[in-house]
Design a binder for this molecule. Structure first.
Ligand SMILES: [Zn+2]
Length: 316
């Protein structure tokens, strides 16, 4: 562990995901210090005791070599949705033991500093807004396309949280389709078609498709000319583009930033989606449609959480 950077005053940023817990120290001017990452136990237990033990061990290890009095605040981006005051995790489909856990007050009690808690996709969008591809824009829609599809919306420095902290769930907007049931229970959500899982399901339903290809494998054979794979990806891109057009018409953001594993397939997947979006926005929006790749990669969540923590300190 690199302990060469010690700050007199600092915040901790935490990114609590479905499979991992990342945490890092940041100075009050935003310089990154020590950073740790641990996988959460693969068998999520009923009351999340083992998960929480891992979570706090990461924080303890991070603090071990630091001046404890220098810790000013903690920012946490967590799976959600979260309750109205952002104090409690309302639902955690992949980590059911966290349901109902008052994460903010637990961390506040343990560390004795103020804690900001927000939904992970919102926090990642906030990171891109402040420090990444959204820098300089007044309003930003963020999309993270991987196993699922996460979203966030920031305007005039404020995250749109909604009444339950679950606003901007863009992966679960209705896009039409063939009546596919999404994991959220609704039918024909964007995520059911244009996420890695959605693309795999769609491809496997095609005639002659090989059953065991990963999403990455499907893109690979599409690049080699496989027709079923190419048609699947084109179909997913079309629905993604229509979803993006809806977001542009609803929010009229200055910029849309797309990250996540599938954004690496920019030419084959995102570019056709952008063309589809341009065909479906208002005529006056066509020219100013700005869709950019995310700049911070998997660090967007940590960057956003650190910004939230620093804001807590500044507002005191
Ligand atoms: Zn859904």
């Amino acid at each position: 562990m690199n302990r060469s950077t010690r700050f007199h005053e600092y915040v901790i940023a935490v990114d609590l995901g479905a499979t991992h817990c990342r945490a890092a120290i940041f100075s009050m001017s935003g310089v990154a210090g020590v950073r740790l990452e641990t996988r959460l136990p693969s068998d999520a237990d009923a009351d999340a005791t083992a998960d929480q033990a891992v979570f706090f061990r990461v924080l303890d290890d991070l603090l071990a070599g630091e001046r404890r009095a220098g810790l000013l605040a903690v920012g946490v981006g967590s799976f959600g949705p979260l309750d109205r005051e952002r104090a409690t995790i309302l639902e955690a489909p992949n980590r059911p033991g966290w349901k109902g856990v008052p994460l903010r007050s637990i961390v506040e009690r343990r560390l004795g500093v103020p804690v900001a808690l927000e939904n992970d996709a919102n926090v990642a969008t906030f990171g891109e807004y402040r420090l990444g591809a959204g820098r300089g824009a007044h309003s930003l829609v963020g999309l993270t396309i991987g196993t699922g599809i996460g979203g966030g919306y920031v305007a005039n420095d404020e995250i749109l949280t909604g009444s339950s902290g679950s606003a901007a769930e863009f992966g679960h907007m209705y896009v039409g389709g063939e009546g596919v049931r999404c994991r959220c229970g609704a039918v024909d959500c964007l995520e059911a078609y244009a996420s890695a899982e959605g693309i795999k399901r769609w491809y496997r339903a095609q005639e002659g498709a090989s059953r065991d290809l990963s999403c990455h494998g499907i893109f690979h054979i599409a690049r080699e000319g496989d027709r079923a794979a190419s048609e699947t990806i084109a179909g997913a891109a079309r629905l993604l583009g229509r979803g993006i057009a809806s977001l542009q018409k609803i929010f009229d953001p200055e910029r849309i930033v797309i990250g996540g594993g599938l954004s690496r397939e920019w030419d084959l997947f995102i570019e056709p989606a952008v063309r589809e979006a341009a065909e479906n926005v208002f005529a006056f929006q066509k020219e100013r449609l700005q869709i950019l790749p995310a700049a911070l990669g998997p660090d967007a969540g940590l960057a956003g959480a650190a910004e939230l923590a620093r804001d807590l300190v500044r507002k005191r």
